[in-house]
Design a protein around this ligand. Structure first.
Ligand SMILES: Nc1ncnc2c1ncn2[C@@H]1O[C@H](COP(=O)(O)OP(=O)(O)OP(=O)(O)O)[C@@H](O)[C@H]1O
Ligand SMILES: [Mg+2]
Length: 248
C-alpha cells in the first residue's frame, strides 16, 4: 500500500501585480519522499517554495499538510507544525559561533514549546546543539564564528538550525547554490542522510545533481507544471529536454 500524502498542493497560483509567477500548480508529496522541484531560471521554483513554506501568500489555491489547510497560517506556526526550511540565501548570525547559532534556534523552539524554561535545562540545550552540529558534520567547528565558516559550512549550519524544530518536512531552496564541487558533494551526502528520517523537498536548478539524489522530480516552466516523474522518466521527457536544451 502506498504512503498517505504528507503535503498536498492544490491549484496554487501566485501573481505579482498582473504577472503570473505561478499558475494553478497541483502536486502531492508522500511521507518519506525525497523530491525536487526543478526548472530553468525564473521558472517559479522559489515562488513555489515560498508559497508552500509561508514566505509569500498564495494568490489562490490551497496547501494541505497532514490533512490540515495551512495555506494561511502565520509564518511562525510552520515550525510547530513540523515544517522547516532553509533558504536560497544563507541565513545565519555571522557574529555568533556555530554552537551559539544552533542554541538560538533551539531556544526559540524551547520558548515556543514551553520546554527548557529553567536554568537547570541549559545543559540539555548545549547537548542538543552538539548533537545537531555533529549531525551536519560541524562538531569540530562549533566554536568558530559563523561568519568565518566556509560557504558550504554556513549552509550546513543553517540546516542544523532548521533541524532544531524536529521537522517532519524539510524544505530547501537551492541547498548547493554557489558551492564548490566538493561542498556540493558533502551537501548531497547530508541531504541523502537527512532524507532517511524525514520527507525532504528541494528546489534546484542543477538537473544533474538532483537526478542522482531524488526519487521524484517535478519540473516547472513559466510557472506551470511541465512534467513529474522519476529521474528516468524526466530524463526521457522530450518537453523537459527542450526546456533544458543548452543548459547544464
Ligand atoms: N517579488 C517579486 N516581484 C515581482 N516578480 C517576481 C518576484 N519574485 C519573483 N518574481 C518573478 O517571478 C518569476 C519566477 O521567479 P522565481 O524566483 O520563483 O524563479 P526561480 O525558478 O526560483 O528562479 P531561479 O532559478 O533564478 O532561482 C520570475 O519571472 C521572477 O522575475
Ligand atoms: Mg529561485
Amino acid at each position: 500500500m502506498s504512503a498517505p500524502f504528507l503535503l498536498d498542493v492544490r491549484q496554487i497560483a501566485r501573481y505579482y501585480g498582473s504577472f503570473r509567477a505561478l499558475g494553478e500548480v497541483s502536486v502531492s508529496f508522500r511521507q518519506g519522499e525525497l523530491a525536487a522541484i526543478i526548472g530553468p531560471n525564473g521558472a517559479g521554483k522559489s515562488t513555489f517554495f515560498n508559497v508552500i513554506s509561508g514566505g509569500v501568500p498564495a494568490s489562490s489555491g490551497q496547501v494541505i499538510f497532514k490533512g490540515e489547510d495551512i495555506t494561511h497560517i502565520a509564518p511562525h506556526e510552520y515550525a510547530r507544525k513540523g515544517i522547516a526550511k532553509s533558504f536560497q540565501i544563507t541565513n545565519v548570525f555571522k557574529q555568533l559561533s556555530a554552537h551559539e547559532n544552533v542554541r538560538v534556534a533551539l531556544q526559540m523552539q524551547a520558548t515556543r514549546f514551553q520546554l527548557w524554561k529553567s536554568r537547570d535545562d541549559y545543559p540539555h540545550i548545549i547537548e542538543a546543539a552538539n548533537a545537531l552540529l555533529e549531525r551536519v558534520g560541524l562538531a569540530d567547528l562549533r566554536r568558530k564564528l559563523a561568519g568565518d565558516l566556509a560557504h558550504g559550512q554556513q549552509r550546513s549550519l543553517e540546516i542544523a538550525m532548521a533541524l532544531a524544530c524536529k521537522p517532519e518536512l524539510l524544505l530547501m531552496d537551492e541547498p548547493t547554490a554557489g558551492m564548490s564541487p566538493e561542498e556540493t558533494q558533502t551537501m548531497v551526502d547530508l541531504i541523502r542522510q537527512l532524507a532517511t528520517e524525514r520527507t525532504v523537498i528541494l528546489v534546484e536548478h542543477k538537473m544533474k545533481m538532483v537526478m542522482g539524489l531524488c526519487n521524484r522530480l517535478i519540473v516547472l516552466h513559466h510557472g506551470e507544471l511541465l512534467a513529474e516523474g522519476n529521474p528516468d522518466e524526466i530524463r526521457g521527457n522530450p518537453e523537459v529536454r527542450r526546456v533544458y536544451l543548452g543548459q547544464h
